[in-house]
Design a protein around this ligand. Sequence first.
Ligand SMILES: Nc1ncnc2c1ncn2[C@@H]1O[C@H](COP(=O)(O)OP(=O)(O)OP(=O)(O)O)[C@@H](O)[C@H]1O
Ligand SMILES: [Mg+2]
Length: 433
Amino acid sequence: MFDRKRSPVDWIDIVWFLFIVGLALLPPINEIHKQLILLAFAVLQFFESRFVDQLPARGPVYSVALKIALATLLLDHTGEVAINSGYYPIYYLPIVTAAIYFGPLGTLFWTAVASLAYCSYLIPAHWEYEITAESLEYLALRILFFFLAAVLVNRFVVENRRQVARYQALSETLEETNRQLQRAEAEARRSERLVALGQMSAGLAHEIRNPLNVIKGSAEMLAEKLKTSEPLAGELAGYISSEVNRLNALVVRFLDFARPSHLDLQPQKIDEIVERALESVQAHLPNSKVRVERHYAPGLPTIAADAQLCERIFINLIQNAFQAMESSDQQRENVLRLSVEPESSNGCKGVGVTVADSGPGVPAELREQIFNPFVTSKQEGVGLGLALVAKFVDDHRGSIRLDNNLGPGASFHVFLPAAASPQTGSHGMQVFQ
Ligand SMILES: Nc1ncnc2c1ncn2[C@@H]1O[C@H](COP(=O)(O)OP(=O)(O)OP(=O)(O)O)[C@@H](O)[C@H]1O
Ligand SMILES: [Mg+2]
């Protein structure tokens, strides 16, 4: 149905009103019924759009039916013989209204109803006069013009509606494109910042590494030399050495983040990689009380992955889950759920791995930036774990997301594309090197 929005008083309503006044001033002037009917037309026209807004489904039907009834009454009060009334073009009002509100069939239907209402005056005329063939032709002509006007207006309106729909669709597409562009720009700005940060970290880490090695070597020599003569100094040298080891590990992680990865892609079984990652975390945290639930789907496709990097993806995720569950003093049992199943993403087949825990979940204020480097809520944390995970997943052309969990805990979902068979090479990936 045609949707019209109007201001409270439209100038076209005033023009309408003037036309009705014009009709009222034409003979027969003293016919009170005629004037009342014209007044009813004016009121109906004035309130029509508001009425249709209130009753979008039935409003147009009532409006057109009422106009046909008023037009028919008007004819009865404006001529000795109603069918001969010079006011017959008043039927154009309901006809045009129908053409505006309805489709082609509805318009034809209401034009036929208006024509029938007009022709109904043939019956009383027939009682008093003889109806000649000429007058019937005359009547047919008028009715044909009713239909002509209806079809013309309706065609124009339908075309107009189509144009409006086209422009609406176009503007929605433009809006969506605009949003995508803004997202892409934000992403590009973020990438630029990350690249700059990465380059700086790489340079810095490289420069720190050499003196660290010298400090470590010297501390080890000192510890060795002073082990017997000065046990305290030996112990302190031992501390230096172990702290240097810690710093070195950190520097290596910085470099991992900053340097482009060199992938050794081989067909791998993802469930085996996840298992190795779990064992590695459990070996480092032997006292943790976490029940592990495994949901590994059978017949998983192999993926093209660098086994070491891929393992680190899951080590980081599982380690975060263990740390989160251990840190909270919740009463319920700590459960880590690992699920692996075949999945498709953007038409690309692969596997989806979910690492979900029963911990406190990711703080709301961190959710947006969780994959950015140096975002951490832990005292001892660096905030590089998930940034590295995101980078390694990216290197594998996969995707990672933090699920919106309704229940407690955090759930990370990783998608990794399946290894393309060497014959088809469907994703254009260099798979078996
Ligand atoms: N499973 C999880 N449950 C709750 N919070 C999590 C979870 N995983 C990550 N987080 C939140 O995301 C932050 C960033 O994690 P990320 O692994 O990048 O760094 P980190 O663990 O703090 O430090 P590190 O560099 O040692 O890994 C964490 O500090 C923590 O607040
Ligand atoms: Mg971490």
